[in-house]
Design a protein around this ligand. Structure first.
Ligand SMILES: [Zn+2]
Ligand SMILES: [Zn+2]
Length: 463
């Protein structure tokens, strides 16, 4: 029997802008006339719009803000981080996954709309000032300084309630069909935002669940750095009580020293780790790791197949003697291994113009990270890899390593972001050193290329 299914016109969906998911997020989609005072409409703003395929898919436009409603929040961008994970969407690079790789069950399923046919403001976060709020918003007010967080926190889903806001249910509502129109281009094309966030524009139009008020006078660049998705993830990986917070006096290895790994190095220093071993193929990143707190740096090319043993040796205690406080496992394997290993390497989205990674898929780094972890130690993984991980079976089953995978380093925005702001204010987190490239909105694309080719540690776009 033929199913009597209503036909959905893709064109209609694209122009109407609100599919079922989007309407759900808008929460009843109160008509514009019912909005509270302070809601801005028809405001013009500059936005980088991505659509189509390949290089050149992102171009700068003047767009006009649509009326907001419900729990929507309009934020004037002060600073946004150019995140490496967004390189394919902004610059049009898309490395193919290696053959035989199991697709990630975490990927948002494709719906009726095709993201590459939509006009989308990329980016996923930034800091700024609230310009307007919908009538149902409670968390922030117009004039507040806020983080538009890469991770939402609704505070009422199962995951939020059990302390894992990094898995908040709202993360399942960011697919192409869930996005809502936030503005219009001059030819009437509706404009959407990546993950209801955007960032690569003068305004971010988001929902209450994605904003965290921050009460600070810190400079926009430093605040944009410490609250970038990568820094929040790096600090979270080292400090979040949701995963395995680093203990004072412990030995920490950080595999991969991009802005996330370098923030994890700082988190480990702040937590009082006694030994911090930073590993990265790029010399300037190893140098930066020393600047921000690493006690040892290792080049995976120079160490080659001995990398894991080298970390284990650096983590060794002064004695292996029985009864005398030794901890090396059974005396059969040299070196204790790191108490905490934070993996922050990830796959290459483009061939680096500086030193290349030993494995561009990021898989080797995860495998090595597992093996350099102490008996009874903790492995925290944070990166995006292309491939399946192979771990020696018996080491995996009885080796005593506890694996803590976390989205955004297990950070819980409303709980952790205010603490991270204090770390900046008190000089414990060095944001200045990490913000190696600052670019105004108009120069965003060239700064993003530097991020893609790893010739800068990261880049901050100012609004
Ligand atoms: Zn990011
Ligand atoms: Zn939630």
């Amino acid at each position: 029997m033929r199913k009597n299914k209503p036909t959905l016109s893709r064109r209609k969906l694209l122009t109407s802008g609100v599919a079922a998911g989007g309407a759900a997020l808008l929460g009843g989609a109160a008509p514009a006339a019912a909005q509270a005072p302070g809601v801005v409409t028809r405001r013009r703003f500059k936005a980088w719009i991505s659509r189509g395929n390949g290089a050149g898919r992102t171009t700068l436009h003047d767009v006009v803000l649509r009326p907001i409603s419900g729990r929507q929040v309009v934020v004037r961008t002060e600073a946004t981080n150019l995140c490496y994970s967004n390189v394919p969407a902004v610059l049009g690079f898309q490395p193919a996954p290696p053959p035989g790789v199991t697709p990630s069950p975490l990927a948002i399923g494709s719906g009726v709309r095709q993201m590459n046919q939509m006009a989308v403001i990329q980016g996923h976060g930034g800091i700024g000032i609230v310009e307007a709020v919908g009538p149902e918003v409670r968390r922030v007010r117009a004039g507040d300084r806020v983080l538009v967080s890469g991770t939402p926190q609704c505070g009422s889903c199962y995951h939020c309630l059990r302390g894992r806001a990094d898995m908040c249910q709202f993360l399942s509502a960011i697919g192409a069909d869930d996005l809502v129109v936030v503005a219009d281009m001059s030819d009437g094309t509706p404009v959407f935002e990546n993950s209801h966030i955007g960032g690569l524009a003068e305004l971010m139009v988001t929902f209450e669940e994605w904003v965290v008020p921050v009460f600070t006078k810190a400079s926009a660049i430093e605040l944009g750095m410490v609250l970038s998705c990568v820094s929040v993830a790096g600090l979270g990986a080292a400090l979040s009580p949701s995963l395995a917070p680093v203990e004072a006096g412990s030995t920490v290895a950080v595999v991969g020293c991009g802005p996330l790994g370098l923030s994890a190095v700082q988190g480990a220093r702040i937590a009082g780790a006694s030994t911090i071993i930073a590993i990265d193929p790029i010399q300037v990143r190893r140098d930066m790791a020393r600047t921000v707190g690493a006690t040892h740096v290792l080049d995976p090319h120079a160490e080659g197949s001995a990398l894991v043993e080298r970390v284990r040796a650096l983590a060794a205690w002064p004695t292996d003697r029985l009864w005398s406080g030794g901890r090396n496992p059974a005396g059969r394997r040299p070196g204790a291994g790191a108490d905490f290993v934070i993996e922050a390497a990830g796959a290459d989205n483009a061939p680096p113009k500086l030193e290349r990674s030993p494995d561009p898929t990021g898989v080797l780094a995860v495998q090595q990270a597992y093996q350099m972890c102490a008996l009874g130690g903790h492995l925290i993984t944070t990166s995006l890899v292309r491939g399946n991980i192979l771990i020696p079976g018996t080491q995996f089953t009885i080796g005593g390593v506890t694996h803590h995978p976390g989205q955004a380093g297990g950070a819980s925005p409303m709980r952790d972001v205010p603490k991270f702001v204090r770390l900046l204010e008190q000089g414990q987190y060095d944001a200045k050193s990490l913000a190696t490239r600052v670019a105004p909105l108009e120069r965003m694309l060239e700064a993003y290329e530097e991020v893609a080719y790893r010739t800068t540690i990261t880049a901050i776009m100012t609004g």
